[in-house]
Design a protein around this ligand. Structure first.
Ligand SMILES: Cc1cc2nc3c(=O)[nH]c(=O)nc-3n(C[C@H](O)[C@H](O)[C@H](O)COP(=O)(O)OP(=O)(O)OC[C@H]3O[C@@H](n4cnc5c(N)ncnc54)[C@H](O)[C@@H]3O)c2cc1C
Length: 295
C-alpha cells in the first residue's frame, strides 16, 4: 500500500508534521526509533508556550497523545534504508512506500572519542543526565561541555551529587543567560575551563578522569554533553544537499533539493535547534507536502 506521506522521526518536528498531515487527511505513516525524540531527556522545559515548567518526557507524551487522537498511523521501528521515490526499509524487516517524505530524524549525541568511552558506557559514562542522574546520589561526577545541554545537566546533577565538575575546553560557557545565572552560587558545581578529558580510569566502572593538563579527578560518573550531529548513515543514502557539518539544507517551505523530500527540525541547517522551531518546521513541511500533492 502506498502512503501519501512517510515521516521519519517522532520528535517534536515529526509529531507536529503528523498532526498537520492527519488534519489535511493525508494517508500518513510516522516511523520512529524513540517515541518523543531527544526532548524526552530534557529535565525541564521552560520555554515552550503553554507550559511554564514541564519535564521533556511529559511534554512529549502530551504531543504524542495528541497525534494518536488524530488517528495518524505510528510505528516504533528504525528506518535503515531509504531510496528516492520513496521506499523505506526498517530494522524489523518491513518496507513502505510513499509519494512524499519528511525527514525529521533529529541528531545523535557527539562522542568525546577517547579510549574506553564505549566500554564504560552505562558503567559511569552517560549521555543523559535526566535518565541517569539519580544513580549518582552523594557521589562525585563530571560533565563535559559548555552549552545548554552541559550547563542544565550540571544543574540537575547538583540536586543529587556531592560535587559536579563542569569541564569545558573554551574560556566561557555558551549556554543561555537564564541557565548561567542559575550556576551562580551553586557551590557544588566546580567550573573548569580550557581543559579536555584525556583518559578514563577504572576497572569495571569509572573511578577517575584525567585531564589534558595531567590533573586527575576522582569521579563515579561522567556525563558527556558536547553537542549533536545528524546521523549520516541515513542521509548519505540520498543525494540530498547538506552543509559542511552534515545538516540538511532546507528552504523556508522545508523543501530540500530532492523533489518530494522535506526536512524539519534539528536535522536541518536551521539556526535555532529547539522544540518550538522543530514544531514550526514540521508544520510547514506537512503543509508543503500537502500543497505539492494537490498540484
Ligand atoms: C538535554 C536536552 C535539553 C533540551 N532542552 C530544551 C529546552 O529546554 N527547550 C527546547 O526548546 N529545546 C530543548 N532541547 C532541544 C530539543 O530537544 C530539540 O531541539 C528537539 O527535540 C528537536 O526535535 P526533532 O523532532 O527535530 O528531533 P528529535 O527530538 O531528535 O527527534 C528525532 C526522532 O527521530 C528518530 N529517529 C532517528 N533516526 C531514525 C531512523 N533511522 N528511523 C526512525 N526514527 C529515527 C529518533 O528516535 C527521534 O525520536 C533540549 C535537548 C536536550 C538534549
Amino acid at each position: 500500500m502506498k502512503y501519501d506521506l512517510i515521516i521519519i522521526g517522532g520528535g517534536p518536528a515529526g509529531l507536529t508534521a503528523a498532526m498537520y498531515a492527519s488534519r489535511y487527511k493525508l494517508k500518513t505513516l510516522l516511523i520512529t526509533k524513540i517515541p518523543g525524540g531527544i526532548a524526552t531527556t530534557a529535565h525541564k522545559i521552560c520555554n515552550f508556550p503553554t507550559y511554564e515548567d514541564i519535564s521533556g518526557f511529559d511534554l512529549m507524551k502530551k504531543m504524542e497523545e495528541h497525534v494518536k487522537k488524530l488517528n495518524a498511523e505510528m510505528i516504533y521501528d528504525e528506518v535503515i534504508k531509504i531510496s528516492n521515490k520513496f521506499k523505506v526499509k526498517t530494522a524489523k524487516g518491513k518496507t513502505f512506500e510513499a509519494k512524499k517524505m519528511i525527514l525529521a530524524a533529529g541528531t545523535e549525541r557527539k562522542k568525546l572519542n577517547i579510549p574506553r568511552e564505549m566500554e564504560l558506557l552505562g558503567r559511569g559514562i552517560s549521555y543523559c543526565g535526566t535518565c541517569d542522574g539519580p544513580l549518582f546520589r552523594n557521589k562525585n561526577v563530571a560533565v563535559a561541555g559548555g552549552g545548554n545541554g552541559a550547563v542544565t545537566t550540571a544543574l540537575l546533577l547538583a540536586d543529587y551529587a556531592d560535587t559536579v565538575y563542569l569541564i569545558y575546553r573554551g574560556d566561557k560557557f555558551r549556554a543561555d543567560p537564564v541557565w548561567l545565572s542559575q550556576l551562580k552560587g551553586k557551590k557544588k558545581i566546580k567550573q573548569i575551563f580550557r581543559e579536555d578529558i584525556a583518559k578514563l580510569e577504572g576497572e569495571k566502572f569509572l573511578e577517575a578522569i584525567e585531564l589534558k593538563s595531567g590533573k586527575k579527578l576522582k569521579v563515579d560518573g561522567l556525563f558527556i554533553e558536547v553537542g549533536a550531529i545528524p546521523d549520516q548513515r541515513l542521509i548519505s543514502q540520498l543525494k540530498i544537499k547538506t552543509d559542511s557539518k552534515g545538516y540538511i539544507i532546507a528552504d523556508k517551505q522545508q523543501r530540500t533539493n530532492i523533489n518530494g523530500i522535506y526536512a524539519a527540525g534539528d536535522i536541518t541547517n536551521n539556526s535555532l535547534k529547539q522544540i518550538i522551531t522543530a514544531c514550526g518546521e514540521g508544520a510547514t513541511a506537512a503543509n508543503s507536502a500537502y500543497q505539492d500533492l494537490n498540484k
